[in-house]
Design a protein around this ligand. Sequence first.
Ligand SMILES: Cc1cc2nc3c(=O)[nH]c(=O)nc-3n(C[C@H](O)[C@H](O)[C@H](O)COP(=O)(O)OP(=O)(O)OC[C@H]3O[C@@H](n4cnc5c(N)ncnc54)[C@H](O)[C@@H]3O)c2cc1C
Length: 203
Amino acid sequence: MYDVLIIGGGVAGMSCALMLGSAKKQLYAKDKKIGIIIHQRTSSLQNALFNNVLGLSPNTTGASILKEGKDQLSTLYPHVTQINNEKVLKVEQHNDKTITVYSNKSSFKTKNIVVAVGPKNFAIKGLEEFVELHSKLTPEKERTQLKNSDHLVTSGIYVAGVLAGHRSQYAIAAGSGTSVATDILCNWNAGKPVKIHDSIIIE
Ligand SMILES: Cc1cc2nc3c(=O)[nH]c(=O)nc-3n(C[C@H](O)[C@H](O)[C@H](O)COP(=O)(O)OP(=O)(O)OC[C@H]3O[C@@H](n4cnc5c(N)ncnc54)[C@H](O)[C@@H]3O)c2cc1C
């Protein structure tokens, strides 16, 4: 049983996973089981080139971020389970508040999901009632967003990235995934505010 399973290994999903992973030393997070289904084939990052993102060197390719993000997650936070090359087809919420996530290869039980699959060709069954036309992308392209209130779709289901109704910019998607992660960490911390910061130790 996962405590949280992130669906989508693009900018929002990976940012969410890194943030959750970085809370490992906190008492409220130390026994939590975190996973991410890293399907990257349809990520916007595949063909992207970045010159306008603070912290990314000019000419950084999206393809390099896809690879290095996975390496960063497995090196720094190996307790976050990476489930590779699986595509989610369906989610099912149960009366006991658990969720079953069905992929094309297997299924997983979890208490929370973060849906971060982008706004293109959304086809995950079980979430139809939350689907609407994206309000900040060109209407003719018929992109999807999931109805949400500050990323919460319904109890146990969060949405992050462009699918949450944000414009398609790297920093916005990353911030959205990070925001969801901190909301989940606050819940784990009995509602008390949290932040996870590293700093340089000055002797
Ligand atoms: C060509 C191009 C150039 C860009 N250039 C810039 C730029 O210069 N500056 C800038 O700020 N932004 C740029 N962007 C936008 C930026 O890349 C996106 O805003 C960002 O990637 C959105 O993040 P996301 O996590 O919402 O979606 P994505 O990064 O697209 O991630 C979605 C993830 O979900 C996965 N997925 C999809 N369906 C499923 C499923 N059923 N099950 C499991 N996983 C699934 C996908 O494979 C993907 O990994 C560019 C985008 C493109 C396409």
